[in-house]
Design a protein around this ligand. Structure first.
Ligand code: PMP
Length: 292
């Protein structure tokens, strides 16, 4: 993620990642009280372009406000800083990781100050052809009555690490987590869709992080005339469907092979999901969605 000469933005200046120091009494370290984003930039025909930068930074500000963390950057300042981090590191295809950390405070009350970090590292966007084998996790997503699940809060990711590691330990590529009521929610770091008889289904909002990629997929479906149904469903309904995919900034549109060893039955290449995957790739590269 970083090398000796990697430059990051840290609390008002650009510094070497290896020189940046943080306070060990930060609430972020002790309690997971921090918010972050995951954003990608792409080398396009028109130069380096951060995909949906405004949407990501609006969400970062929403997450900080939800946790009552002091945060005064505007979205456009954040976008400018991000391009500068990319530029200073000579990055094109990259992953950007803005993080807002809390000031030293061991009490369980809100921090008085916060600091912004923007890190970026190279990301190889070569097509992921591997289809993922996933399992229903024994871990549930956090209950929305206990956490603000629509905010991207560092502490929530302890749940993601547990679920992802459980899946890997059992020989799967990723986990599919249910919500507190036993309905399908999302993966450790991506949203989920499945396809049945020409219709796409995805969990309704309420128990998920409403992904920017999920919203983009829904937009693509509107443009392509594909019906999307947002609803509650159990894993039984998804198992053996025609096709399914995870979607998120990092994963993009990632093909799923099976859920709990039950394969998705349609031919991926003929699926609507595959058309959506191609359309998404075109969009991130700044092309029209139907280009081949
Ligand atoms: N759910 C979770 C739990 C995530 O961590 C992510 C990645 N941010 C997503 C969904 C997908 O969100 P996005 O499309 O905005 O990257």
């Amino acid at each position: 993620y970083y090398q000796e000469n990697t430059i990051i933005y840290f609390d008002g200046s650009f510094v070497k990642a290896t020189d940046a120091k943080t306070n060990l009494y930060s609430q972020s370290l002790h309690y997971g009280y921090a918010v972050f984003e995951g954003i990608k930039s792409y080398q396009t025909e028109k130069g380096t372009r951060i995909f949906k930068a405004e949407e990501h930074y609006d969400r970062l500000r929403f997450s900080a406000e939800t946790l009552q963390m002091p945060f005064t950057y505007t979205t456009s300042e954040l976008v400018d800083l991000s391009y500068e981090v990319l530029d200073r590191n000579g990055l094109g295809d990259a992953y950007l990781r803005p993080l807002v950390i809390s000031s030293p405070n061991m009490a369980l009350s809100k921090g008085k100050e916060s600091q912004l970090v923007i890190e970026a590292w190279e990301w190889n966007n070569g097509y992921l052809n591997d289809k993922m084998r996933i399992m229903t996790s024994s871990y549930r997503r956090p209950n929305p009555e206990a956490f603000h699940v629509e905010a991207k809060v560092s502490g929530h990711y302890v749940n993601s690490i547990l679920a992802c590691q459980e899946a890997k330990d059992k020989g799967y590529d990723e986990a599919l987590l249910l919500d507190a009521n036993g309905h399908v929610a999302e993966s450790s770091g991506a949203n989920v869709f499945f396809e049945k008889d020409g219709v796409l289904f995805t969990p309704a909002r309420g128990n998920i992080l409403p992904g920017i990629t999920r919203a983009t997929v829904i937009e693509i479906c509107k443009k392509l005339g594909i019906q999307v149904v947002e609803k509650c469903f159990k894993p039984e309904e998804m198992r053996g469907a025609d096709a399914a995919f995870f979607c998120g900034t990092a994963a993009e549109v990632a093909t799923l092979a099976s859920l709990d060893d039950v394969p998705f039955t349609g031919k991926w290449e003929d699926s609507l999901s595959s058309r959506i995957q191609k359309a998404y790739r075109n969009l991130v590269l700044g092309k029209s969605i139907n280009e081949v």
